[in-house]
Ligand binder design. Structure first.
Ligand SMILES: Cc1ncc(COP(=O)(O)O)c(C=O)c1O
Length: 398
């Protein structure tokens, strides 16, 4: 069985939907609600419990979560946000939806995470927020970023799309290390609702604003009306909002998936340990795992390795080809956003950033999802060794 499984194609990430998830969705579809029923608040409460936050606002995708987070902070024309270029386009695009501008900071060459020292050099009179991206699920240095934010009176936001369950100095990402934290529930992430996302905060005023912006800027609470209410049907559109609602049946899926997160996270960490052990058992001269830190635990949305392609005299394309022929999907996270034509046209050729360049040239994400067995992890490492023309690393105990 294990040998057969090792032959099946292994993508770099994959959702994990079982019968209990399917039953939960069917039950929600049979209920009187399709959208905006009780499961929305239940899912929000579940997320708060899991992450240790006071408030959650669930939305229709992670990009909408970023857009609402920035909007709730009044980020707009004339403002700048500082973020990392090693992220998915959404982190930056969401700021452009509001006509704000981006400054891209350098990253640590071995983790890909934003460097607080680089952020500090970019702060100027227009800076409104710092947006940390926990690449692959590895937390950024939140204390140092908080120090920079506090020194300059800036908002601190986390794009935690990769980091559900990650911890920094014993605190869960999303529990209040930043003013707002956003998550994505796209299928390749830890937990899926099909499409979906959330913003978490401990600030009740931001929570109210996020809820209002999610639903067209509508206010239903009579204490907050600008005009006198003529009756119970009355509501007010108090600002320009959006339709970023998440449906009840998606929340049913989210709740069901949430129950399985502790076990899934444990398995991701076991897989990561096995990868690390086998890589250091034979490939360590040319391959290293993403940097790790004693004061933080990655949630391992991804398992990026850094490969010295130059020293090996082989290209990343050749390695990806070879791995694909051996049944293994890999991906590059990410082409720096600042190098994308849209951002180059807007901001010009990006300045040479040593960390960004060094990380991007070497990175490759190997398969990482809880359904991956030990035999499959070994198959990935052995295939990588073959692709790099190296001997197979020694086995490690299961
Ligand atoms: C770092 C990061 N931020 C934001 C997003 C956007 O999430 P979504 O695809 O749910 O809109 C993603 C999605 O891949 C992501 O990886």
């Amino acid at each position: 069985m294990d040998d057969e499984r090792a032959q099946a194609f292994l993508p770099y990430g994959r959702q994990n939907i079982d019968e209990s998830d399917i039953e939960a969705v069917i039950a929600a579809l049979k209920s009187p609600y399709v959208t905006q029923g009780p499961l929305v608040e239940d899912f929000e409460a579940g997320l708060c419990d899991y992450l240790g936050a006071d408030y959650a606002t669930v939305v229709c995708n992670g990009t909408a979560a970023l857009h609402l987070a920035y909007a709730a902070l009044d980020i707009g024309p004339g403002d700048e946000i500082i973020t990392a270029p090693l992220t998915f386009a959404a982190t930056a695009n969401a700021a452009r939806y509001l006509n704000a501008e981006l400054r891209f900071a350098d990253v640590d060459p071995d983790s890909g995470n934003i460097l607080p020292s680089s952020v500090a050099t970019l702060v100027g009179p227009k800076t409104k927020a710092i947006v940390a991206v926990h690449l692959g699920g590895l937390p950024c240095d939140m204390q140092e970023l908080r120090n920079v934010a506090d020194r300059h009176n800036l908002w601190l936001v986390e794009d935690a799309a990769h980091a559900l369950g990650a911890t920094y100095r014993g605190h869960r990402i999303g529990s209040g290390l930043a003013d707002l934290a956003t998550f994505s529930f796209h299928p390749v992430k830890h937990l899926t609702t099909g499409e979906g996302g959330a913003v978490l905060t401990n600030n009740n005023l931001l929570k109210e604003r996020l809820d209002r912006l999610r639903h067209h800027g509508v206010e239903r609470c009579s204490d907050k009306f600008s005009n006198k209410s003529p009756g119970r049907w009355y509501y007010e559109v108090q600002e320009l909002g959006y339709n970023y609602r998440l449906t009840d049946f998606q929340c049913a899926l989210g709740l069901s998936q949430l129950e399985k997160q502790p076990a899934a996270l444990k398995r991701r960490r076991e897989i990561a340990s096995r990868y690390r052990a086998r890589i250091s058992a034979g490939l360590g001269d040319y391959v290293s795992a993403q940097r790790s830190y004693d004061d933080r635990q990655s949630a391992y949305h991804l398992f990026p390795v850094l490969i010295d392609f130059d020293a090996l005299g082989i290209s990343r394309e050749e390695v990806m080809d070879s791995l694909e022929r051996q049944g293994i999907g890999t991906q590059v996270h990410y082409i720096p956003v600042s190098w994308q034509p849209y951002y180059q046209e807007r901001y010009g050729q990006p300045q040479a950033q040593v960390g960004v360049h060094h990380y991007y040239q070497r990175t490759l994400s190997l398969p990482m999802y809880p359904g991956l067995g030990d035999t499959e992890v070994d198959h990935v490492v052995d295939s990588l060794a073959r692709a790099l023309g190296q001997q197979l690393p020694a086995k490690v105990a299961s």
